[in-house]
Design a protein. Structure first.
Length: 119
């Protein structure tokens, strides 16, 4: 992973104190808010990436195939990142469709960086 993606992931990572331990959070503040089902989306919480399972990845993979993706390494694409964001937030697959391009690229960098960052 390149330095830019590492910096983006580090910038998005915060720690929130809990009663027993500190838990990392990944919350991306959007540059451009958008509306989904009448609700304004101002941020994307990617903290669920830490709890994502292979089963979740299979569901995202299935959506990728349904949308015509047949390449290798889907986890480094914008579409995979946005579908993953919807999955970890328990939202419909279309949740990120109205997101502005520059925010979509940022989400892609954080999701891909999460999967490939050492440690």
């Amino acid at each position: 992973m390149d330095q830019k993606n590492t910096n983006m992931l580090n910038e998005a990572t915060n720690t929130v104190a809990s009663s027993d331990e500190e838990k990392p959070t990944l919350i991306i503040q959007l540059y451009d808010h958008y509306v989904f089902d009448g609700e304004e989306v101002k941020e994307i919480n990617l903290s669920g990436l830490y709890d994502m399972t292979a089963e979740d990845m299979f569901a995202v993979d299935d959506q990728m195939r349904r949308r015509g993706y047949s390449g290798s390494n889907p986890e480094i694409t914008r579409l995979y990142a946005l579908l993953t964001a919807a999955r970890v937030n328990r939202k419909p697959w279309e949740w990120c469709n109205k997101m502005k391009a520059r925010d979509a690229v940022r989400i892609k960098n954080v999701v891909a960086g999460f999967f490939y960052m050492p440690g």
